[in-house]
Each structure stands twice: as C-alpha cells, then as structure tokens.
Design a protein around this ligand. Structure first.
Ligand code: ZN
Length: 345
C-alpha cells in the first residue's frame, strides 16, 4: 500500500504549506499547478507561504484537465528541475498535477480548494485524452493540505457534489461484493468498510451539511480523504467506484451539458441501489436534504440522455463487473428504473 504521509485538515492551514513542505524535506524547488480562478483568490498566499520558507517557486496555470496540459506541466518539471509538485484547486489542477508528477516520478502535494470529489486524496486521476479510460492510475499525494476556511467559501454546489461522490460508495461496495461472489474478484473488507463509513457519515450529517455547519463541512472533507485512502488500501478504485460511476462516465460522454461528477454519481446511486434491491429511497432522501440533484431535470440533462447512459454504462469498463452485468440494461429496462426512482418524469 502506498499511503499519504502527512494529512492536514483544519482552519487556516493554507499558510502552513511552506512549513509542511520544509518538514517533508523534498528539496528546494517547488512547482505550483493552479487554476486561473483559484490563482486570483489564494495564489499569492500559497506562494508567499512557500517563499517564506526559502523555496524556489514556479507556477503553472492550468486551463483544463487534458493530456496536453499534463505534457506542458511535465515539460516545466524537467526544465526547472522541480523537486515537488503542488496541485492547488478543485479538480482540474489536482488531476493534472497528480498525473504529471507521477509520470515524472516526483512527489505530489494536494491542496484542495473545494470538496467536490474524492480525487483530492486518491491514487487516480481523471484527464481527457487517454482513450476511453475514465481514470488513470497514478500515485496518491504524499501530503494533503485542506483548509476548511477556503473550502467552505467555495460554491455550496461543489460540496453537495462531493457528498454525491461519497454516497456512491454504497453501491460501489455492493458491486464489488457482487464481483467477488460471481467472479472471484479480490474483495477487501477493510477498504470496503472504510468507504462505507464515509458514506454513512454523510447520511448522518446531511441536515448539518445543508445548514453549512463548519464541523459537518469538515466531516465531508475527511470523508473524501478517507475514500481516497480506501482506494490506496484496496489497490484499485473498487471500494469507491461501481455501476453508479459507470453511469456518470457514460453521461459525460453523451450528454450535451453534463453535470458535476459527484452530482451524476449521486443520481446514479439512486438507480443502481434500486437495481440492487437496496434502500434507494434513503439515498434519494439524503441527497435531497443536502441539496444535491436527484432528477434529470435537476442535473440539467435530458431524460433520454439518462436512459441512453444507463444502456451504455456497462461498456465503459468491461472488466469492471457490476449489477449492470455483461450485457447491460435494455432501453425498456433503463427507462423503467429511471421512471420508478423518479429520476425522469
Ligand atoms: Zn468519484
């Protein structure tokens, strides 16, 4: 297992970046990979924290999570001979920094500015341009520095989306168990329990999360980090990603205007839980309390796009056995599950 070494979650932790980097003794040259918007808000603070500790800092502003951006970052890592790569942002910059540092064999530090998905701590990266693969294997961050003050200032929609990504663990674990029983696939109870623990915490805290209570926001961040750790322990994304994620990836491919990753996974969880014969109404209720989408309308996608995504989801990662089976859902069956669960009208 490769696990993160140093995890800091709390209020005002942003200014500790320099000190934490110094403590890790990774060398004096640091490359910061950051999005344009986040750069405007906290860029200065990040850089001065590093410069106060006498680090030589180079900055790259990432526009999108694409293979070209990964190449650009790799080039600069080599040019400036960076010892460490720090990804600062919601998703794109973390993914690009994670993959580029992995390919250049440099340690990576994750500084999430939003709690929108479990990629902030996971050993996987989602980057466009790597064929049909929904995510690529990389190393987990050596350190995660999550500033709750910064994360709570991000739009609430991002946090609600993160809750959808955590709720998804209910069906991801069910799919994993199914693959274990039917396919003899390795199943790790510890990793599965850790993922479920996070999902149960979201159900428990739903009301408080919706009221933006700081302690519950912190729980969401810790739950996302735990999900990343669960993947490190399992050695795959199995405890965190099942049929509901396949549905979300399918929707990304076909929808005219896809919603956020976690939002789509949340809606996918409702429908996949129905297929598993589990308590899908509880999932739907929790997402509603949090204020996350539970219908096609709320996702901003068309009804037929939901049905289409359900019918092709099993093809996204054929080696990943789930409740969708080998042949997937027929159009009629897909329409029925979407209708019964109220995802489409
Ligand atoms: Zn996810």
């Amino acid at each position: 297992m490769i696990l993160p070494q140093h995890i800091v979650v709390g209020s005002g932790t942003l200014e500790l970046i320099g000190k934490i980097c110094a403590k890790l003794r990774l060398g004096g040259k640091v490359m910061v990979v950051i999005g344009p918007h986040v750069h405007k808000i906290i860029g200065k603070e990040v850089i001065s924290s590093l410069e106060d500790e006498k680090f030589n800092v180079d900055i790259y502003i990432v526009k999108e999570a694409s293979i070209d951006e990964v190449k650009n970052v790799r080039k600069i890592i080599r040019e400036v001979n960076a010892n460490t790569v720090i990804g600062v942002g919601g998703g794109k910059s973390i993914d690009v920094a994670k993959l580029a540092s992995h390919e250049e064999n440099k340690p990576f530090i994750s500084v999430p500015t939003a709690a929108s998905h479990d990629g902030i701590a996971s050993p996987r990266a989602s980057v466009k341009g790597y064929g049909r693969a929904s995510s690529i294997s990389a190393k987990p961050p050596i350190s995660i520095i999550a500033d709750i003050d910064v994360i709570t200032k991000a739009p609430y929609r991002l946090m609600a989306s993160g809750c959808g990504d955590i709720i998804a663990k209910f069906t991801a674990v069910k799919d994993w168990k199914l693959a274990h029983k039917l396919r003899g696939e390795y199943y790790g109870e510890y990793a599965a329990s850790l993922a479920l623990l996070s999902a149960n915490l979201i159900v428990k805290h739903a009301e408080y999360i919706s009221k933006r209570i700081t302690e519950s926001m912190r729980t969401v961040v810790e739950a996302l980090i735990s999900c990343g750790i669960a993947m490190c322990i399992a050695g795959s994304s199995r405890p965190c990603s099942g049929s509901e994620h396949l549905f979300s990836h399918a929707l990304d491919m076909i929808a005219e205007k896809p919603a956020l990753h976690g939002e789509q996974c949340g809606v996918g969880t409702i429908m996949m839980m129905y297929l598993h014969g589990g308590r899908w109404k509880k999932i739907k209720k929790t997402l509603s309390i949090i204020g996350a989408p539970t219908t096609a309308k709320e996702l901003g996608v068309k009804d037929y796009e939901i049905i289409k995504a359900l019918t092709i989801a099993h093809k996204i990662r054929p080696e990943r056995y789930t409740i969708l089976g080998e042949s997937g859902l027929s159009w009629e069956a897909a329409e029925k599950v979407a209708r019964i669960t109220g995802v489409i009208e």
